[in-house]
Design a protein around this ligand. Sequence first.
Ligand code: XMP
Length: 511
Amino acid sequence: MEEKILVLDFGGQYNQLIARRVREQNVYAEIRAYHNITVSEIQAAGYRGIIFTGGPNSVYDAASPHFDPQILNLGIPVLGICYGDQLMAWMAGGTVSSAESSSEYGKTTLRCKPCALFRDVPETSICWMSHTDFVSHAPAGFAVVATTNKCPCAAMADESRKLYGVQFHPEVTHTEWGKQMLHNFLYDICGCRGLWRMENFAAESIAKYRQSLAGKKVLCALSGGVDSAVAAVLLHKAIGDNLTCVFVDHGLLRKDEGDWVESIFRGQFGMRLIRANVQERFLKKLEGVTEPERKRKIIGEEFIRVFEEEARKLGKVDVLVQGTIYPDVIESGAGSASTIKSHHNVGGLPEVMDFEQIVEPLRDLFKDEVRRVGLELGIPEALVFRQPFPGPGLAVRIIGQITFDKLEILRQADWIFRQELEKDPVRRVASQYFAVLTDTRSVGVMGDARTYGYTVALRCVTTDDFMTVDWTRIPFDVLERASSRITGEIPGINRVVYDITSKPPATVEWE
Ligand code: XMP
């Protein structure tokens, strides 16, 4: 990578956002946890600039993240944000203070003075603050270049050494001129030229793999999700029929989904695709199982077994392709300290399988970048912008025991709900929506007869990251149409409810 920026992660909530904002300006950014990289590694990697992220700590806590102050002497420009700003001030001999009365949260008026970081930024503008500690005295050699009513040093700069610190968050859209400030840092201060382009990514990757995987037998597991789809199509463009994809159809997919996946990869792209139709096998394994985590475990294990069996039939395979993306890499520990919920890894492939090489073509990309590559490769929008769907599929949307009949009922209800919702403009704010088959049965009346049927719950959430979600305010008439169609068209359902719980305290899925 010819031109890259290091985002040194001190545990801030916006660290991934910082890297994305940098990449949006066509500069490649890499996130590394502060404890996973040394000053000499930073020097050797040839970064054009370094951004210290925010973090929840105070520099004076012994246990809080610190870094080797030599980093400021490398001659590489640094931008410290929030905690990163305080840390830089503290490392360079300034003073950081803490006072509840000085804490600022939310939109704040910023007054800046001329400096390279604020080129073309108005003297007065709005920035986004979120801090208790603050830099009370800038270190020697640093000038105060911005203030707010409460913050005597909202930004500081040692222009001769290209060291900058800001107490506010330029990466957050509420900071009106944040984009300009980052642009100034990347282009004027670090001297970047903007070489990171998604248009080139697909073409360069295809050329790279065409060469490095020539003559190799390559295998890819397709789930129907965006990441594995983009990885597979990219590899197919590089090596054609030397790539075989295995699609494990466990029968827990939504209506017509298995056929849809097959039609795209086999039909549209002409890829070698093995569809393992193992619906009955999964149902048998799940017979009588009601506990959600057991369902997940059984499905995860069986998925691997099927995949292994199919792979074995192909004889020797040299390379496995995986749809790992950058947030997976960061979350699995290479970057920050947080870990993925174990249940989100279902469908991950075994390490025990014997491959010469694992190829992860999307390892450096964020989700929105993966989508852009997908569109570039000609993958249909419906797949590229597909909402998340859990690996264990409808098994975690049927409360209690899973049977073929219940799966059919749920597929139908889910399809009706999605159809009705997609007719309404509310779909634009709906991040994920689906039906759940509860195990509650209740009394109803149809014609003159008493019924005793199942209750379907509808779920629709709005979120940016799925870590926290809000329930979507769906118009009543959409709910009404979905409810009357579900009860009218599906025998066995006589009640429909809408889930109005956010996460936390609930989760998106019911199991
Ligand atoms: P929860 O239910 O944890 O879901 O709030 C957050 C997001 O993760 C998806 N999800 C899963 N994805 N395997 C997956 O691949 C799973 O077992 C799983 N469980 C939940 C969920 O659909 C939502 O988008």
